[in-house]
Design a protein around this ligand. Structure first.
Ligand code: OXD
Length: 308
């Protein structure tokens, strides 16, 4: 069996090494150096358009991450080739850590205490009413469900919004455009975990962010292009929102001149909320290739009409 491998990231050698150990019977060609024989499966992360010409005979394309927006330029001729994304592969645990930290930091007002410390002021504050501190997860997919459950276990009231209604214990599910306004109006913290698609691009804009509760906080761990940066900045500066923790940006690395870097109410991290773990991911892909070869179904197949 032959695999064709490409990643736009700098850790390609570690992937190829892990793949060779997990699938010793397989030969691995890397784009663009070694593409002589037609591959059975392609494993890609943000491939250049030229690579797609090599994929028309593959049995499936594996995306080396959860979000498939890096494959937007895939030609229609490949739309019947199954596209399979990573499912969890160690990412859910990291997402829980990141989001729980951001929510608890806001809820327990650590930034206010940090300011008091800088002023040398001993200023205890009344604990915020947790039952009124509602967290909304915008995008309740395989990672969103785990994050919602973790926040509910901390005792936060949690709502989730998705295209179709979900049944999740302790989480109220809102669905579709008709229920977005009500969902937003209840959020004290909005956690964005939506996939980036033509429908969700720019969904966090002045109109939608203005519907959040007064002084709400925004956490974006999904894709930078979901957010209209200037609308977020304007709403924070006007006091309508209290701040944001942002892990993803329209341009990455975030350009040095971007206002997010130095804004006192914005925390910036460099797209690290849930990084792909190579060993877990390779084990998942190898197991799925074995199932596909045996004619069995696999999870994580992207619905091309929905783009996730
Ligand atoms: C992913 C990512 O989509 O790392 O997996 O952003």
């Amino acid at each position: 069996m032959k695999l064709l491998f490409y990643t736009a990231a700098s850790n390609g050698a570690a992937w190829v090494d892990a793949l060779s150990r997990a699938m010793p019977e397989t030969s691995i060609g890397t784009w663009p150096d070694d593409t002589t024989t037609a591959a059975d499966y392609a494993l890609v992360w943000k491939p250049p358009p030229g690579l797609f010409a090599k994929l028309d005979s593959v049995k499936a394309i594996f995306n080396l991450g959860a979000g498939v927006d890096g494959l937007e330029s895939m030609p229609r001729s490949l739309e019947n080739v199954p596209l399979i994304r990573l499912v969890d592969a160690g990412m859910a645990e990291q997402m829980v850590e990141y989001v729980a930290y951001a929510v608890l930091r806001r809820y327990r007002e650590f930034d206010v205490y940090a300011q008091s410390q800088r002023e040398g002021a001993w200023q205890p504050r009344r604990r915020l009413d947790k039952s009124g501190f509602r967290v909304g997860i915008l995008g309740i997919g395989s990672l969103g469900v785990v994050v919602a459950a973790a926040l509910a276990a901390f005792g936060f009231p949690v709502d989730g919004w998705s295209r179709s209604r979900k049944q999740i214990p302790d989480v109220r599910s809102f669905a579709g455009t008709a229920e977005l306004k009500e969902f937003l109006g209840r959020c004290h913290v909005l956690v964005c975990m939506l996939p980036l698609t033509a429908e969700t691009r720019g969904i966090l804009n002045r109109a939608t962010l203005s519907q959040l509760s007064k002084g709400a906080y925004v956490v974006n761990v999904s894709r930078g292009a979901l957010l209209v940066d200037e609308d977020l900045l304007a709403l924070i500066d006007s006091g309508a929102l209290s701040g944001a923790t942002l892990d993803v940006f329209q341009e990455e690395p975030l350009p040095p001149s971007h206002a997010f870097w130095h804004h006192p109410c914005i925390t910036v991290t460099p797209h690290v909320s849930a990084v792909t773990r190579i060993e877990e991911s390779v084990a998942q892909i190898a197991a799925k290739i074995r199932r596909l070869e045996a004619g069995l179904p696999v999870s994580g197949v992207v619905d091309r009409a929905r783009s996730y």
